[in-house]
Write a protein of this length. Structure first.
Length: 256
């Protein structure tokens, strides 16, 4: 496999940012860790592993939080300086632990466990479970599964899938790993099917109203929550939230 550390770092950072900044390419998160795993595999220096991993984290979180600079550049710098070490700690721990285990099964599961551990540590800080951001788009595709294992579970599946693919490429056992992934994702899709989505939701009367004609000018009322919302609750009540927002906005349009 490829061994140039800078190319591996850039490729991983690119995949991470594309998966988040370009929603139709969100599926790339399922392979974004592979260059990082190869980087950890070929690097003999723990310090370099941590630095390269931190650089990937810096690029990724910059793509996520770049908009903060419109309000306060110093806050953006503070957030990035706190968030980027997430990847550094992850890369460092994976590198250390993989040197202690030769079992293929442990080496496959290890990245997901380490990511969950680092995410747990960060959950005790103001940024909370920042590691779950990698499943921001993908969790929405598995609402039924999210109810069972939560967004952190989807995050773990993303790490596990990346690790399985990397192991398949490194050991050249592509057929067996491909078969295992097929079974895993088939089960996930069956479990993820959300019966509530097949039940038509009755739209409130307010949402069926026709907006009055005007002179071409548009009056807009924007409502946005300013408190943390549990992702599982949000997915379960998505339609109710949208209906409530729409009713509220329509009720305010004459007073704006």
């Amino acid at each position: 496999m490829f061994r140039n550390k800078w190319v591996l770092t850039g490729l991983s950072a690119l995949l991470f940012n594309l998966s988040f900044l370009v929603p139709p390419l969100s599926f790339l998160i399922w392979i974004a860790f592979i260059p990082l795993f190869q980087l950890i595999n070929v690097s003999r220096s723990l310090i370099k592993t941590a630095l390269f991993s931190a650089f990937i984290g810096l690029i990724f979180f910059t793509g996520l939080f770049y908009w903060i600079h419109k309000y306060e550049l110093r806050i953006l710098i503070l957030v990035l300086s706190f968030a980027a070490p997430f990847f550094a700690l992850f890369g460092l721990l994976v590198s250390i632990l993989q040197r202690k285990f030769n079992s293929a099964l442990i080496r496959i599961i290890l990245p997901g466990l380490v990511w969950s551990f680092v995410n747990l540590l960060y959950s005790m800080t103001p940024v909370e479970e920042i590691g779950d951001l990698i499943s921001f788009y993908e969790a929405a595709h598995f609402p039924g599964l999210v109810k069972i294992i939560g967004t952190s579970g989807i995050t773990f599946l993303i790490l596990l899938t990346n690790s399985l693919i990397f192991h398949a490429i490194r050991t050249k056992k592509l057929v067996s790993v491909a078969g295992l992934l097929t079974v895993v994702f088939s089960l996930a899709l069956v479990i993820a099917r959300n019966p509530e989505e097949t039940t038509p939701v009755r739209q409130p009367a307010a949402s069926r109203e026709t907006l009055p004609r005007n002179d071409g000018r548009i009056t807009v009322a924007l409502i946005q929550h300013n408190f943390p919302i549990d992702p599982v609750w949000r997915n379960e009540n998505k339609q109710k939230i949208m209906n409530y927002y729409e009713e509220t906005i329509r009720g305010l349009r004459n007073s704006v």
